[in-house]
Design a protein around this ligand. Sequence first.
Ligand code: MN
Length: 156
Amino acid sequence: MEETGAGPKGALRRALGGLRWERIDCLPYKEDGAAPFKGVSRQILFSGEPLESELRYFEIAPGGFTTLERHAHVHAVMILRGEGRCLAGEAIYPVRPYDLITIEPWAWHQFRADQAARLGFLCLVKARRDRPMLPDAGDLAKLRANPEIAAFLDGR
Ligand code: MN
């Protein structure tokens, strides 16, 4: 696991503007390449065994989206920048800065930036967590039975 806590250079990592920070790498959203997503970057702000959790900052480019997935672990999200929408379970929510979103265990979820704006958010998770599951054809059919969710998944 990457350790991005305080290092030999001290406890402070200054904000650089533009929601970047000193000594924090801007990483691809996911490494495995198997899960669909578009235009998402990841910065790990805090992590490590003593903390038992990780705080990440994700940013989605205009028109981009995170992977549609679900898992046992919970996400605690605070929007920091931009405009977009979030699917959480059965509901779709418009989101804007400083909104708080809880993704409950096993709730399908996806974040989408608006076409004209990026969407940036903090996401708190447990350090030890299960791997996300992707929807199969049956799961997608169930989700798409709701016309609002079908439109959301199509980026409309
Ligand atoms: Mn997730």
